[in-house]
Ligand binder design. Sequence first.
Ligand SMILES: Cc1cc2nc3c(=O)[nH]c(=O)nc-3n(C[C@H](O)[C@H](O)[C@H](O)COP(=O)(O)OP(=O)(O)OC[C@H]3O[C@@H](n4cnc5c(N)ncnc54)[C@H](O)[C@@H]3O)c2cc1C
Length: 493
Amino acid sequence: MSRPQPRVLVVGGGITGLAAARALALARVGARVVLAEAAPRLGGKISTERTDGLLLEHGPDSILATRPAGAALVRELGLGEELTGTLDPRAVYIRHRGRLVPMPEGLGLVLPTRFWPFARTSLFSWPEKVRMAKDVVWPRLLPADDIAVGTFLRRRLGSAIVDRLAGPLVGGVYGTPIDELSLDAVVPQLRKAETEHRSLLRAGLADGAAMRAAAAKRPPGARSMGVFVSLRGGMGSLVDALARSLSDCGVDVRLGAPVASLRRAPSGVLARLGSADAAADADAPDEVFDAVILAVPAPSAAALVAPEVPAAATALREIPHGTSILVTLAYPRAAVAARLVGHGYLVPPSAGGAISACTWTSEKWPGRAPADTVLLRMFVRDEGTWTQLPDDELAEHARRDAETTLRIAPGAAPDLVRVARWEGAMPRYTVGHLARVAAVEQALTAWPSVTVAGASYRGVGVPDCIAQGQAAASRVAELLSAREAPAELVPAV
Ligand SMILES: Cc1cc2nc3c(=O)[nH]c(=O)nc-3n(C[C@H](O)[C@H](O)[C@H](O)COP(=O)(O)OP(=O)(O)OC[C@H]3O[C@@H](n4cnc5c(N)ncnc54)[C@H](O)[C@@H]3O)c2cc1C
């Protein structure tokens, strides 16, 4: 008797779930893949809106080119020609004492890769620069255990670089204060830098020399797209291409289908899937799956595994999540007095205020707004009570911040205002994050049919989520193959 076709449920249609479902469908393990997404659309935090000649990203707007899984998937989907780099000049500013000061050129993740721009910057006083330079003579300071990025950098380089550069830059990306952010989860390269070079400044300069040598080897005229890339049609075109690919692979995609519960079944997992028709759901039978990939934020995963593996639910709940809010504003270019040369500005936490960063989208990416429009993407600080304010108040804070910083004509109203809220769904990689993820994975060994993947665990960036989705698909493919193997030894009856 041949075995029935295995069925796999992917819960969550964000980038992680989409990548997982596609990888599994292509894995040639003969599995029937069902992807269940609670919302009426795919993409999760990837959310692109096109309106009045504007292209708005309410979630991610870029892919880190140094993480190969992102651009590789884009190319596999036939969208290679759609990849676009950022516009020149790629300057970013720090608002310091009310002025926009350019970040020193040649800044790596947080370390200078060139000496002179850092020595000359007006972002730091001479005593602050001398304090930083002491790093060259300090011995190695890192403990064996995880430590906050801020704590480590303060010890080595002093507080000025943390408060004015690393905090707004790295803390901002992760929506977590830098003095709480896990070094091992977020910037493990700093541990490697100290181990190999002892001094972080020396490590940064050595990196810079290596990068310049690699750039010199490029054929003349070949220009790197830069560290961040996107798609001409916006990140939504990646989701659209994935949706088409899933349909071609025969994946059963169900929208408006929240997974309400998972239970152990003798031959796998019993899942209760909702649908747009709540009345019909009451009578719908639970469905049986051989394996489940939970590509949802950890709090949602916790609720689903709690009845069967309470220890995994407890471990999942230990991963803190914050809120990310983005205000998008479009102004007539004629109303903006400041000359926008670069990609935007960061506001250090010490400066206070609701806004932590502002991207000048129209100046950063080609084709996002008509020439007569300035498009701004303003991030609300996830500290204190800012994220609890209603949309209209947050829009007002964003307007005031932009209008003062960019000298926008008093009384000039924006042509467009949008507020995108991602409540309680942004993972915070605080100190000890990797140990918490290991605890989740360990607890889930008690239920091998269920695996987790996504931004809550091993990287929040889109490429990291893609890689995690694909890795989860490989784990499930292995599980199915292992279950299949003994059956081949049994003679068919
Ligand atoms: C404002 C903002 C800007 C960002 N900018 C960037 C950037 O420029 N570059 C970058 O690389 N990253 C960026 N990120 C991070 C990145 O977008 C996210 O980490 C990533 O998209 C998360 O993908 P995911 O699939 O893991 O989760 P999600 O996108 O959260 O998807 C999870 C999905 O699961 C669904 N779901 C939840 N529970 C259930 C259930 N019970 N049943 C069925 N479905 C369920 C949800 O509806 C959701 O669609 C940004 C994030 C935000 C919020």
